[in-house]
Design a protein around this ligand. Sequence first.
Ligand code: BGC
Length: 607
Amino acid sequence: MGTVWIGSIIYLNDKYPDVEWDWENINTKDMYFPKNFIWGTATAAHQVEGFNTNNNWYRWEHSFDQNGKSRIHNSDKSGDAADHWNLYKQDINLMKNIGVNAYRFSVEWSKIMPTINKIDQDAIDHYREVCIALIDSGLVPVVTLHHFTHPLWFEDLGGFEKEENIKYFLEFSELMFNELSDIVKYWCTINEPAVYVSQGYFNGVFPPGKKDPLLAGEVMKNLLYAHTEVYHLLKSLKNGDQSQIGLVKNITQFDPLRRWHVLDWYFSKILNDIFTNSTIDLLLNGEFRFYLPGMADLSYTNTKAIKALDFIGLNYYSRWHVKGHLNPNEPFTFEKRKQDIQTDMPYSIYPEGFYKALNTVSKLEMPIIVTENGIADDKDDRRKLFINRYLYALFQAMQDGLVVNGYFYWSLMDNFEWAEGYSMKFGLYEVDFSSQDRIFRDGSQAYKEIINRPAVDSRGYKVSIGDKAPNLELNMLDGTRINLSELLGQVVVLQFTASWCSVCIQEMPHLEKEVWLPFKDEGLMLIGIDRDEPLEVVKKFKKQTGITYPLALDPGANHFSKFAHKNAGVTRNIVIDKKGNIAFLTRLFDKGEFEAMKQKIKLLLKE
Ligand code: BGC
């Protein structure tokens, strides 16, 4: 027994190491994102709009538990929330101020279909106006159809507990799609089925406040079935083929508190399986299993669910540490660790988990959109660190080749945080709920700063063809100085190189023979710029290659980083026309591209 125990522990620790990065030695400034990246903020109707008096959450906020206590922290009620319903135009300006290019929000079913057979056209028109206002401001609308709330009539029919009720959600989804899909391309069907289920049917802290593992499994199955049906239905409608429709999956990892304890490993696995793997398996293989030992075991097959999405939305916040017990009434508990930096929510800052979660959803081989990520931080003393580290984790995942198309920060502004009421401050903007004033938090600057950095293209370039070339003051190898502005009227080629770069060494004789020698007397200037090497090394390098065109120094790669990201590689030629505009960019030594560059130079010389 003992050996099996030890063997399993060794195996598990080896297979699932506890990933923790050495943040002291990571420079989170060193990250860059692609040019067409979707940057956004996210909200949900019930949390920000106000005046939702006809949905499951309204009833929940006004009900009491068996001890007569409010269900919501501090007895808060969503009430007028951030009055986003009326203030959306002003809020769009807040988004513009950050510099984002997209907004994820949800449409409130209970406002659109207040009773089972009534449609409120004014409510639909409102959402259309919101979308138009966003588009007019250069923001892409991303619409969520179900974000934890639905009409009371739907709740009273049994909500998602009953498969036969899914038809109502399909009706609502079809209605909204028909109304908005001419201007809305991105759709999220259901927000976080696993959170809806665990909080509403397992922990009992969200409506309907049940603690019924069997029913939890059933509701989870129904929600995923609803997603599948909605996906196929919307795809079959007008504009369906041009739309991007995805499911929003929250990943919270469950990790063993005691890495030497089999029970902690066991319950972590059970929880990861029901919370995350069951959904991934269904979307990947059509197989779903919801298994909680002694409490629930539900299996279901639906081949229509396989790849029933155009993107996977990932919501990631943190992980939980699990402690297993030999107590059937309380088989596990969640514990905090002293060494972790906590957020105001009962979980820690864990960017490594974000990186892992991105890898988990990448198994679906679908583009990923991070539909939520953010921190509750009332003191605003961890927000900056959170943003820098989580975005660094995102950057690392993208560097590894994961296809991530966008990131939405949760949340644009403080809002009604469900069972936690107004106590949790997730906003980039702080909201004073009595005056409805919004104030941009200091820590939120980090987000603004990162998303407004010059983006890079897939080759690591910050600049594009047509841009004005940045001005450089070059220190030449022979001790002279050249200012690029002095070269206006000539065609200039800047070649970024280094003595350790074999591709550069391969290319340099071609530059010498096919560019420098034939065109140097025709109005061309070619300057090699050696990236970050001392004078002596560069001198030797010049000798070895035998080139006769001039070389300049680039200590600290400061010149290089005006054109490309600092971490991107050398072997690049930047061709600048007579007016000082970038006309051609090469990367590595590709014969075809090199030829095209020569042709371009010839044309530019003639201009
Ligand atoms: C939900 C949001 C919520 C956020 C922060 C997500 O689970 O989609 O509605 O406010 O987490 O807790």
